[in-house]
Design a protein around this ligand. Structure first.
Ligand code: UDP
Length: 318
């Protein structure tokens, strides 16, 4: 593709788990990509394979501060920067609030200045500990603003509000994806989320730490499915929020048992206290994504989990 006709995309959080997979997809689609990341939870290891790629550029920068790209013509700004695991945002409450609020304002300003489309990575956390199940996009949520998760939930709710304001007031072309639990290669082994935690514990023969009685539910989506939905949404002209996730729901106890079965580990289950405000249920209603984007997940649980286990097995060796 000629340099001029290549769309140009900025991905904030481009060295993170989802951001780096999105960068790969955009490059494969013929985009030129600028990844911006301050590396507080991301790592250059996630983009190391792109060294020498002429259509890729990495900028180490905290997008909660002003973003300066004077010479660039941009077509898409994907705002994916944020600590995203409960442990990360407990340790980094203020950076989490800032990147969801100031970072979203800065990236919206960048998109407006460049007349680019803007895609916000929002989250199922906007539904909080949901009183409706499964969650549809028109559910307003049940969030504790002052609890430990509030720093993430409220930052993302603010991010959605300011995104819609830029859409309505400045006529910016904006999209909002509400991302449900997603897993796959490039998650950090010790990010505290249940998928790397259980797989890491199973592979090293330690007990799997189930929080509470394990009856809380989650629905896990494989990363390639999620990225496919995000790309389709970015190319669409749909401005309301869209849930993306896999509706296959299971309890955390069942999930632990599946990891024990699939890895063949001798690990047992150990019960630990449930974190404050831990949502009791979570399952996306994906009717809107099906209807608007013609999207639904394709990768089955067993296949996705095996690929993820292989990734963690390799990273434990090195
Ligand atoms: N969880 C668990 N053991 C762990 C880590 C997490 O039982 O070692 C539980 C956690 O309490 C929650 C679910 O697994 O109910 C998913 O947690 P995660 O941190 O992956 O993300 P969340 O969906 O809560 O944002």
């Amino acid at each position: 593709m000629a340099a001029r006709s290549r769309p140009v995309s900025v991905v904030t959080g481009g060295a993170g788990f989802l951001g780096s997979h999105l960068v790969d997809r955009l490059l494969a689609e013929g985009h030129r990509v600028i990844a911006i990341d301050n590396l507080i939870t991301g790592t250059t290891g996630n983009i190391g394979h792109l060294a020498g790629e002429e259509n890729f550029r990495f900028i180490k920068h905290n997008v909660s501060n002003f973003i300066f790209l004077p010479k660039e013509k941009l077509d898409y700004v994907f705002h994916f920067a944020s600590p995203a695991s409960p442990i990360d945002y407990l340790e980094l409450p203020i950076p989490t609030l800032k990147v969801g609020a100031l970072g979203t304002h800065n990236t919206l300003g960048l998109a407006k200045d460049k007349e680019a489309s803007f895609i916000l990575a929002s989250t199922s956390e906007v539904y909080g500990d949901p009183l409706e199940h499964p969650q549809k996009e028109d559910y307003w949520g049940n969030v504790n603003p002052i609890g430990p998760r509030g720093v993430y939930d409220e930052a993302k709710r603010f991010a959605e509000a300011i995104t819609m304001a830029y859409h309505r007031y400045h006529r910016l072309d904006t999209k909002i994806v509400r991302i449900f639990n997603t897993y796959g290669p490039r998650m950090r082994l010790r990010d505290g989320r249940v998928v790397p935690a259980f797989i890491g514990q199973a592979l090293s023969g330690e007990p799997l730490t189930v929080f509470g009685d394990g009856s809380q539910t989650r629905s896990f989506c494989y990363v390639s499915d999620l990225i496919d939905g995000i790309f389709k949404l970015a190319m669409s002209s749909f401005h309301e929020p869209v849930n993306l996730g896999n509706p296959r729901e299971m309890t955390i106890k069942q999930f632990a048992e599946e990891i024990i079965r699939i890895t063949g580990t001798k690990s047992t289950i150990e019960y630990k206290p449930l974190p404050v405000d831990d949502p009791k249920v979570r399952q996306p209603d994906i009717s809107r994504a099906k209807e608007v984007l013609g999207w639904e997940p394709r990768v089955g649980f067993e296949k996705g989990i095996k690929a993820t286990i292989d990734y963690f097995r390799d990273s434990l060796k090195s």
